[in-house]
Design a protein around this ligand. Sequence first.
Ligand code: CA
Length: 212
Amino acid sequence: MTAMNIWVVEDDAGYRRTLQRMLNRDERMTCGEVFSACGPLFDALGTRPHPDLVLMDLGLPGMGGVEGIRKLAEVAPDVAVVVLTVFSVKEKVIEALDAGAAGYLLKSSTPREIIRGLKEVFEGGAALSPNVAKTVLMEVRKSPPEEQFGLSGRELSVLKLLADGLLAKQIAGELEISYFTVNFHLKNLYRKLHVQSQPAAVAKALRSGLID
Ligand code: CA
């Protein structure tokens, strides 16, 4: 298995060295390059083979980290970005994730937590520091559950009748739509809720507060 190649953008020279040592100590990671600002990072991306991941500070001289993430998404969409910062305020987190960051870690985390977060991103999951996750979840909870799953009003009606124990044919009668249309809605519901069956859809809907 090849080690995951990580580039670091961090303006604090001492912390930069700490990160470099920390990443290189883990056998599944290698710190290919370090940069003190976004400018040299983009120069390197233009001339060298891309890394798997960029570990990005937010408070940087010149181009800020969030702007750097936006630009990375444009010029190097193959490269994942994980933020490593002291900022845990909600606005910063949302801004960075909106810009395209795959993860958001805090400098207050232990080296072990940072390494674990990077591995999670590498394996396709999202990595958030625990108190960052709380911040993001609070934000998500503010929007109604049907919005979180992107359900239409009709899909929500179908889901509610499903939870009442109605069969597809009965749902069709209740909503005065065709059996075919009900099945169409059901298929979309399963996809949006990431489930495979009616009971699973109902269970998930109850758990997430879509229905009560
Ligand atoms: Ca900094």
